[in-house]
Design a protein around this ligand. Structure first.
Ligand code: GLN
Length: 305
């Protein structure tokens, strides 16, 4: 497997020059666009890595499946679905040109910014700091890495410049979909996006999602199998934003991307995959990351379709 991963990365590294690193969050612009790394966890914990798999990057939207998971564990599927729809929007992750008539809960989903911000309000905790602590605890538990922490520079950079997310949050409030202090919920959202990880962390989280909620190694049930299924289904429908249909055709597995360059992919009952390559396409998905997943999917027949 390691040899196959090395071959795929060397074939796909040329695609890094076709993308551009995100710069709308100024701190993200410092990433090296030529980085490309991958880690796969399979068979109860077998770990294979290649390339820049030890590089750290921020989760950004890859944290959204965890926000969804915690909201599901705290409130159950009915409440979650009432607040946040489950249909693909076909729009960019930060779009706010929904309709000039009304914004409704069914117009959003958990994988776009508005949906994730709405779901933060469902997570239990006396303060948004406490809610965030519970979220990062979940990330530590699922990744098996107690050292996960927030990249303060990225968090402050996003907090200082995240006015589009402020606009989205105020729009949710204007339409009665959330009822909380906007800066507090955004502070949690920005911190969540700024959790620093590597490919192995993403592969470990994805493994639990792929393995019906069960941890590699210990065999412990970390999350309910039902919730893992819910999250995988949502990732399949809209995890790659308005590139999800294309991704389903070309790769065919539940996955979530982030503008930090990460992709977390769960191959049901088989493996968890973490990829990092920060040069992005126009939709905010890692160009070389998607290409590498496409190749891997062809080589070892990963598509669920
Ligand atoms: N923190 C980013 C934002 O809110 C997350 C978006 C993403 O990764 N697509 O804009």
């Amino acid at each position: 497997m390691k040899q196959l991963l090395e071959k795929i990365l060397s074939d796909c590294s040329r695609y890094t020059s076709e993308g551009v690193v995100a710069s709308y969050i100024p701190e993200l612009a410092k990433a090296d666009p030529s980085d490309l790394g991958i880690c796969i966890i399979s068979d109860g914990g077998k770990t294979d890595c290649a390339g820049d798999y030890e590089k750290r990057f921020t989760m950004q939207s890859v944290v959204k499946p965890l926000v969804l998971l915690l909201a599901l564990e705290d409130r159950g599927e009915d409440v979650v679905e009432r607040i946040c729809g489950v249909e693909a929007t076909g729009k960019p992750f930060d779009a706010f040109n929904y309709s000039d008539l009304a914004l409704k809960n069914e117009h959003i989903n958990p994988m776009i910014n508005a949906g994730a911000i709405a779901l933060c309000t469902l997570i239990k905790g006396d303060s948004y700091d406490e809610r965030f602590s519970r979220l990062i605890e979940l990330a530590k538990r699922l990744s098996g890495d107690p050292s996960l922490s927030v990249d303060e520079a990225v968090y402050l950079s996003e907090k200082a410049t995240g006015n589009k997310n402020r606009a989205l949050a105020y729009m949710l409030k204007a339409y009665g979909m959330i009822d909380c202090d906007i800066e507090e919920v955004l502070d949690m959202y920005f911190k969540a996006c700024s959790i620093s990880v590597n490919c192995k962390n993403l592969a470990a989280i994805a493994y639990v999602l792929a393995n019906h909620g069960i941890a590699p190694g210990s065999g412990e049930q970390l999350i309910s199998a039902e919730h893992a299924k819910y999250v995988n289904a949502i990732m399949t429908i809209c995890g790659m934003y308005n590139g999800s249909g294309e991704f389903a055709l070309r790769v065919g597995i539940p996955a979530k991307s982030g503008v930090g360059g990460g992709i977390m992919a769960a191959v049901p009952s088989r493996m968890g995959i973490g990829i990092y390559s920060p040069a992005l396409d126009k939709k905010g998905n890692s160009v070389a990351g998607v290409k590498a997943l496409e190749r891997l999917s062809e080589e070892i027949k990963l598509s669920i379709f």
